[in-house]
Design a protein around this ligand. Structure first.
Ligand SMILES: [Zn+2]
Length: 112
């Protein structure tokens, strides 16, 4: 590849050098002076100098969007439903201690 390699968030690339885990497919997550990408094999996120990465790219498997989405896309994104952690059913508050007549221990000196 010659010239400037354009990288987009969402690109899926294969690198010449393998990740220690053995994977060589990466998903670009962040593009800047450094490029953040996630290893598809082990899920590790790494930041790499953009220039270094450009030299290591073997091929693009998928391309992300050409433009950096500054504005929200016209189509509403599909709502992603994350499974909510099981909400604990509200347990009734612990019953207050039985409210009996308050015993007052009053010591009256001198009286019988
Ligand atoms: Zn990996």
């Amino acid at each position: 590849m010659s010239g400037v390699v354009k990288l987009f968030v969402g690109d899926v690339i294969r690198t010449r050098k393998k990740h220690p885990c053995g994977g060589d497919v990466w998903v670009i997550e962040r593009v800047g002076a450094d490029v953040g990408m996630t290893c598809r094999t082990c899920g590790r996120y790494v930041l790499i100098d953009r220039v270094k990465l450009e030299r290591r790219i073997r091929e693009f498997l998928e391309r992300g969007s050409e433009e950096t989405p500054l504005l929200p896309p016209l189509l509403p994104p599909r709502p992603v439903r994350y499974p909510e952690p099981p909400r604990r059913s509200r347990r009734p508050e612990p019953a207050p201690p039985p409210a009996g007549p308050r015993r007052r221990i009053v010591k009256r000196a001198g009286q019988t």
